[in-house]
Design a protein around this ligand. Structure first.
Ligand code: SF4
Length: 102
């Protein structure tokens, strides 16, 4: 009885850490420019590569790190974005949902 409880506890701890590390790996996954949603929003990991003809609202200097939807610190190379849950966008990236941090 005791031994099986102990085994169960150990398995639970291993299971929980596997879930935790799985989440961490997911959070670090970068948004690819080729992801359908990224394509739809004109996301570029390098804001200066934005198609200015297609997205005339883009202005030089705009980038994820100064966007209201960016969840990283302004100095972070990459961070979460409310538009791309569970993934990270480049601090120097840009997409058409850009909203200047107020
Ligand atoms: S919504 Fe803002 S932070 Fe997210 S990808 Fe677009 S520009 Fe970057």
């Amino acid at each position: 009885m005791k031994a099986s409880r102990r085994t169960f506890f150990i398995q639970s701890v291993v299971g929980i850490s596997a879930i935790a590390s799985g989440k961490l790996a997911l959070a670090a996954e970068a948004v690819k420019e080729t992801d359908p949603q990224a394509v739809g929003l004109g996301y570029k990991a390098d804001a200066t590569k934005t198609d200015k003809t297609k997205y005339p609202k883009y202005a030089a200097g705009q980038q994820c790190s100064s966007c209201a939807l960016y969840q990283g610190k302004p100095t972070d190379a990459a961070g979460g974005c409310a538009i791309f849950p569970g993934k990270e966008v480049a601090g120097k990236g840009w997409c058409s949902a850009y909203a200047k941090k107020g």
